[in-house]
Design a protein around this ligand. Structure first.
Ligand code: 4NP
Length: 157
């Protein structure tokens, strides 16, 4: 059976989207669904290409037994052909992804959505950027993402 491919996108690809990727991978493992999916993350910006996720996010995730292993990369127009779903963390990411999609040769494969469309517990329209804030912001992002990533998986079955 063809795999379902999912790309999580934020600005830097060192805080929110690597966390969303790792939470989704962990959820798929727990549900025995790993083989059915390709999961990745990317940033709209290029500043952190090649870097590990922010250590504050890795530590906060590790406390929940979630390992963030990804290295930052920037989204490219090829991603619209490769992925079934591209999930943005906030409105600004969403607009930047749509702009890139409008300029891409192939425009209609990936479905671009905001991850918070799939929330049920946390009433946040966007996943807040924790980068310039305190440690508690990282835990809050993980709480929000656990909710919306779960909702996303439920939405596709
Ligand atoms: P992210 O967080 O988009 O969740 O990875 C950020 C990381 C870095 C920067 C901004 C947001 N930055 O300005 O370098």
């Amino acid at each position: 059976m063809k795999k379902i491919s999912v790309l999580f996108v934020c600005l830097g690809n060192i805080c929110r989207s690597p966390a969303a990727e790792a939470i989704f991978i962990n959820l798929l493992e727990r549900k025995g669904l790993t083989d059915g999916f390709i999961v990745d993350s990317a940033g709209t910006g290029s500043w952190h290409i090649g870097k590990k996720a922010d250590s504050r996010m890795r530590i906060a995730a590790k406390r929940r037994d979630i390992n963030i292993l990804s290295r930052a990369r920037q989204i490219s127009s090829k991603d619209f052909d490769k992925f079934n779903y591209i999930l943005a963390m906030d409105d600004s990411n969403f607009r930047n992804i749509q702009d890139l999609k409008n300029r891409a040769v192939s425009k209609d494969f990936a479905s671009v959505k905001k991850i918070q469309e799939f929330r049920s517990v946390f009433n946040e329209q966007e996943v807040p950027d924790p980068y310039f804030g305190g440690d508690e912001g990282f835990d809050y992002v993980l709480d929000i993402l656990e909710d919306s990533v779960n909702g996303f998986l439920e939405s596709i079955f």
